[in-house]
Write a protein that binds this ligand. Structure first.
Ligand code: TMP
Ligand code: ASP
Length: 237
Protein backbone atom coordinates (compact mmCIF):
# COMPACT_ATOMS: atom_id res chain seq x y z
CA UNK A 1 0.00 0.00 0.00
CA UNK A 2 2.88 2.39 0.67
CA UNK A 3 6.02 3.33 -1.24
CA UNK A 4 8.81 5.82 -0.51
CA UNK A 5 9.04 7.59 2.85
CA UNK A 6 8.59 11.28 2.09
CA UNK A 7 8.80 12.74 5.57
CA UNK A 8 9.05 11.67 9.19
CA UNK A 9 7.63 13.95 11.86
CA UNK A 10 7.46 13.60 15.63
CA UNK A 11 4.18 11.68 15.62
CA UNK A 12 3.73 10.40 12.05
CA UNK A 13 5.48 9.12 8.97
CA UNK A 14 4.33 10.17 5.51
CA UNK A 15 4.74 7.73 2.61
CA UNK A 16 3.75 7.94 -1.02
CA UNK A 17 0.82 5.60 -1.66
CA UNK A 18 1.93 2.75 -3.91
CA UNK A 19 0.53 3.05 -7.45
CA UNK A 20 -1.74 5.91 -6.40
CA UNK A 21 -0.22 9.19 -7.57
CA UNK A 22 -1.43 12.19 -5.62
CA UNK A 23 -2.22 10.13 -2.54
CA UNK A 24 -0.25 9.62 0.68
CA UNK A 25 -0.23 7.10 3.51
CA UNK A 26 -0.01 8.66 6.99
CA UNK A 27 1.42 6.23 9.51
CA UNK A 28 0.87 7.10 13.17
CA UNK A 29 3.81 6.41 15.51
CA UNK A 30 3.78 5.46 19.17
CA UNK A 31 6.02 8.42 20.09
CA UNK A 32 4.91 11.38 22.17
CA UNK A 33 6.93 14.57 22.42
CA UNK A 34 6.39 17.83 24.24
CA UNK A 35 8.09 21.20 24.55
CA UNK A 36 9.50 21.09 21.02
CA UNK A 37 10.85 17.57 21.41
CA UNK A 38 12.61 18.18 24.75
CA UNK A 39 10.41 15.61 26.50
CA UNK A 40 9.98 12.27 24.72
CA UNK A 41 8.44 8.88 25.38
CA UNK A 42 6.99 5.93 23.53
CA UNK A 43 3.56 4.51 24.34
CA UNK A 44 2.74 1.19 22.77
CA UNK A 45 -0.70 1.59 21.15
CA UNK A 46 -0.71 5.41 20.92
CA UNK A 47 -0.38 5.30 17.12
CA UNK A 48 -3.48 3.12 16.81
CA UNK A 49 -5.48 5.33 19.18
CA UNK A 50 -4.62 8.58 17.38
CA UNK A 51 -5.27 7.04 13.97
CA UNK A 52 -8.68 5.77 15.11
CA UNK A 53 -9.54 9.06 16.82
CA UNK A 54 -8.35 11.34 14.00
CA UNK A 55 -10.06 9.20 11.32
CA UNK A 56 -13.35 9.42 13.21
CA UNK A 57 -13.04 13.19 13.70
CA UNK A 58 -12.19 13.82 10.05
CA UNK A 59 -15.21 11.73 8.97
CA UNK A 60 -17.48 13.72 11.31
CA UNK A 61 -16.09 17.02 9.97
CA UNK A 62 -16.67 15.78 6.42
CA UNK A 63 -20.30 15.07 7.35
CA UNK A 64 -20.57 18.70 8.52
CA UNK A 65 -19.31 19.85 5.10
CA UNK A 66 -15.64 20.58 5.84
CA UNK A 67 -13.23 19.73 3.04
CA UNK A 68 -10.24 17.73 4.26
CA UNK A 69 -7.35 15.67 2.91
CA UNK A 70 -8.76 12.49 4.51
CA UNK A 71 -9.80 9.63 2.21
CA UNK A 72 -10.04 6.56 4.43
CA UNK A 73 -8.55 4.62 7.30
CA UNK A 74 -6.45 1.76 5.93
CA UNK A 75 -5.66 -0.27 9.04
CA UNK A 76 -4.93 0.21 12.76
CA UNK A 77 -2.17 2.78 12.35
CA UNK A 78 -2.48 4.10 8.79
CA UNK A 79 -4.77 6.30 6.76
CA UNK A 80 -4.94 7.28 3.09
CA UNK A 81 -5.03 11.03 2.38
CA UNK A 82 -4.85 13.36 -0.61
CA UNK A 83 -1.37 14.75 -1.14
CA UNK A 84 -1.17 18.39 -0.16
CA UNK A 85 1.58 20.90 0.26
CA UNK A 86 1.37 21.73 3.95
CA UNK A 87 1.08 25.45 4.65
CA UNK A 88 3.68 26.08 7.39
CA UNK A 89 1.21 27.65 9.82
CA UNK A 90 -0.07 26.08 13.03
CA UNK A 91 -3.53 27.55 13.42
CA UNK A 92 -4.59 27.47 17.08
CA UNK A 93 -8.19 28.19 18.09
CA UNK A 94 -8.85 28.90 21.78
CA UNK A 95 -12.25 28.86 23.49
CA UNK A 96 -10.76 29.34 26.92
CA UNK A 97 -7.34 30.07 28.35
CA UNK A 98 -4.93 27.22 28.98
CA UNK A 99 -1.36 26.40 27.99
CA UNK A 100 0.98 28.94 26.45
CA UNK A 101 -1.48 31.85 26.37
CA UNK A 102 -1.80 31.92 30.17
CA UNK A 103 1.86 32.71 30.81
CA UNK A 104 2.30 34.83 27.69
CA UNK A 105 -0.60 37.17 28.44
CA UNK A 106 -0.97 36.68 32.21
CA UNK A 107 -4.47 35.21 31.89
CA UNK A 108 -6.07 32.92 34.44
CA UNK A 109 -6.73 29.40 33.20
CA UNK A 110 -10.42 29.07 32.32
CA UNK A 111 -10.81 32.69 31.10
CA UNK A 112 -13.49 32.31 28.42
CA UNK A 113 -12.95 33.65 24.91
CA UNK A 114 -16.15 34.60 23.15
CA UNK A 115 -15.53 35.02 20.25
CA UNK A 116 -12.77 32.44 20.17
CA UNK A 117 -9.17 33.59 19.71
CA UNK A 118 -7.16 32.47 16.70
CA UNK A 119 -3.37 32.41 16.97
CA UNK A 120 -0.88 31.63 14.21
CA UNK A 121 2.44 29.93 14.86
CA UNK A 122 5.16 29.49 12.24
CA UNK A 123 5.72 25.75 11.79
CA UNK A 124 9.48 25.61 12.17
CA UNK A 125 11.10 23.32 14.77
CA UNK A 126 14.47 25.11 14.64
CA UNK A 127 12.79 28.36 15.64
CA UNK A 128 10.55 26.61 18.19
CA UNK A 129 7.31 27.38 16.28
CA UNK A 130 7.13 31.11 17.12
CA UNK A 131 3.86 33.02 17.46
CA UNK A 132 3.44 35.25 14.40
CA UNK A 133 0.95 37.82 13.11
CA UNK A 134 -0.90 37.93 9.78
CA UNK A 135 1.75 40.07 8.07
CA UNK A 136 4.43 37.56 9.08
CA UNK A 137 2.26 34.69 7.79
CA UNK A 138 2.06 36.32 4.37
CA UNK A 139 5.87 36.55 4.22
CA UNK A 140 6.53 33.05 5.64
CA UNK A 141 3.98 31.08 3.61
CA UNK A 142 2.70 31.27 0.06
CA UNK A 143 -0.86 32.17 1.05
CA UNK A 144 -2.52 35.36 -0.18
CA UNK A 145 -4.33 37.76 2.12
CA UNK A 146 -7.68 36.36 0.99
CA UNK A 147 -6.53 32.79 1.56
CA UNK A 148 -5.39 33.68 5.08
CA UNK A 149 -8.85 35.13 5.71
CA UNK A 150 -10.36 31.91 4.32
CA UNK A 151 -8.11 29.78 6.55
CA UNK A 152 -9.24 31.68 9.65
CA UNK A 153 -12.91 31.42 8.66
CA UNK A 154 -12.50 27.69 8.12
CA UNK A 155 -10.75 27.35 11.49
CA UNK A 156 -13.72 29.01 13.24
CA UNK A 157 -16.21 26.77 11.40
CA UNK A 158 -14.18 23.70 12.36
CA UNK A 159 -14.21 24.97 15.95
CA UNK A 160 -18.03 25.08 15.90
CA UNK A 161 -18.24 21.61 14.40
CA UNK A 162 -15.76 20.15 16.87
CA UNK A 163 -17.47 21.85 19.81
CA UNK A 164 -20.75 20.15 18.80
CA UNK A 165 -19.04 16.76 18.47
CA UNK A 166 -17.23 17.00 21.80
CA UNK A 167 -20.20 18.42 23.69
CA UNK A 168 -22.17 15.31 22.69
CA UNK A 169 -19.58 13.18 24.48
CA UNK A 170 -19.44 15.42 27.56
CA UNK A 171 -16.16 17.13 26.68
CA UNK A 172 -15.21 20.80 26.60
CA UNK A 173 -13.02 21.72 23.64
CA UNK A 174 -10.65 24.15 25.35
CA UNK A 175 -8.36 24.72 22.34
CA UNK A 176 -6.80 22.92 19.40
CA UNK A 177 -4.20 23.22 16.66
CA UNK A 178 -4.90 22.50 13.00
CA UNK A 179 -2.91 22.64 9.80
CA UNK A 180 -4.03 23.27 6.26
CA UNK A 181 -2.61 21.95 2.98
CA UNK A 182 -2.89 22.94 -0.65
CA UNK A 183 -4.15 20.34 -3.11
CA UNK A 184 -2.73 20.12 -6.65
CA UNK A 185 -5.86 22.04 -7.74
CA UNK A 186 -4.75 24.97 -5.56
CA UNK A 187 -7.64 24.53 -3.09
CA UNK A 188 -6.79 24.75 0.59
CA UNK A 189 -8.17 21.94 2.79
CA UNK A 190 -7.84 20.80 6.39
CA UNK A 191 -4.85 18.42 6.68
CA UNK A 192 -2.62 16.76 9.31
CA UNK A 193 -4.48 15.25 12.30
CA UNK A 194 -6.95 16.12 15.06
CA UNK A 195 -6.36 14.04 18.16
CA UNK A 196 -5.67 14.40 21.90
CA UNK A 197 -2.10 15.30 20.81
CA UNK A 198 -3.43 18.45 19.18
CA UNK A 199 -6.45 19.44 21.31
CA UNK A 200 -7.18 20.25 24.95
CA UNK A 201 -10.16 18.14 25.95
CA UNK A 202 -11.66 18.41 29.45
CA UNK A 203 -14.44 16.27 30.85
CA UNK A 204 -17.42 18.60 31.37
CA UNK A 205 -18.48 16.99 34.64
CA UNK A 206 -15.16 16.33 36.35
CA UNK A 207 -12.85 18.82 34.51
CA UNK A 208 -10.45 15.90 34.10
CA UNK A 209 -7.88 16.49 31.34
CA UNK A 210 -8.25 13.92 28.57
CA UNK A 211 -5.40 14.98 26.27
CA UNK A 212 -1.63 15.22 25.91
CA UNK A 213 -1.36 17.63 28.85
CA UNK A 214 -1.29 14.53 31.10
CA UNK A 215 2.05 13.70 29.44
CA UNK A 216 3.30 17.30 29.17
CA UNK A 217 2.61 17.88 32.87
CA UNK A 218 3.26 14.30 34.03
CA UNK A 219 -0.14 14.14 35.71
CA UNK A 220 -1.74 11.03 34.27
CA UNK A 221 -1.77 8.00 32.04
CA UNK A 222 -1.66 9.05 28.37
CA UNK A 223 -2.94 5.75 26.99
CA UNK A 224 -5.83 5.60 29.47
CA UNK A 225 -7.12 9.07 28.57
CA UNK A 226 -6.69 8.54 24.80
CA UNK A 227 -8.63 5.24 25.18
CA UNK A 228 -11.37 7.15 26.98
CA UNK A 229 -11.64 9.67 24.10
CA UNK A 230 -11.83 6.84 21.56
CA UNK A 231 -14.45 4.99 23.61
CA UNK A 232 -16.67 8.08 23.73
CA UNK A 233 -16.21 8.80 20.00
CA UNK A 234 -17.11 5.19 19.19
CA UNK A 235 -20.51 5.84 20.79
CA UNK A 236 -21.30 8.52 18.18
CA UNK A 237 -19.33 7.53 15.07
P1 TMP B 1 -0.28 25.92 23.48
O1 TMP B 1 -1.18 26.38 24.57
O2 TMP B 1 0.90 25.14 23.96
O3 TMP B 1 0.10 27.06 22.56
O4 TMP B 1 -1.13 24.88 22.60
C1 TMP B 1 -2.36 25.25 22.00
C2 TMP B 1 -3.00 24.00 21.39
O5 TMP B 1 -2.23 23.53 20.31
C3 TMP B 1 -3.12 22.82 22.35
O6 TMP B 1 -4.37 22.18 22.11
C4 TMP B 1 -2.00 21.90 21.96
C5 TMP B 1 -1.81 22.17 20.50
N1 TMP B 1 -0.41 22.11 20.09
C6 TMP B 1 -0.04 21.22 19.09
O7 TMP B 1 -0.87 20.49 18.57
N2 TMP B 1 1.27 21.22 18.70
C7 TMP B 1 2.20 22.02 19.24
O8 TMP B 1 3.37 21.96 18.84
C8 TMP B 1 1.80 22.92 20.27
C9 TMP B 1 2.80 23.83 20.92
C10 TMP B 1 0.50 22.93 20.66
N1 ASP C 1 5.23 21.10 21.40
C1 ASP C 1 4.41 20.00 20.98
C2 ASP C 1 3.34 19.77 21.99
O1 ASP C 1 3.55 19.98 23.18
C3 ASP C 1 5.21 18.74 20.78
C4 ASP C 1 6.63 19.00 20.46
O2 ASP C 1 6.88 20.06 19.90
O3 ASP C 1 7.50 18.17 20.73
O4 ASP C 1 2.27 19.38 21.58
Amino acid sequence: MKADLLYEGKAKRVHEAKDQPGKLVLSYKNDATAFNGKKKATFSGKGRLNNEISSRIFRLLHDYGTETHFIKQLNETEQLVQQTEIIPLEVVVRNQASGSITGRLGLDENTQFNPPIIELFYKNDELGDPLINDDHALVLSDVTGNELKEIKEKALEINHQLQKVFQTINITLVDFKIEFGRLASGCIVLADEISPDTCRLWDITTQEKLDKDVFRQGTGDLLAVYREILKRLEEIS
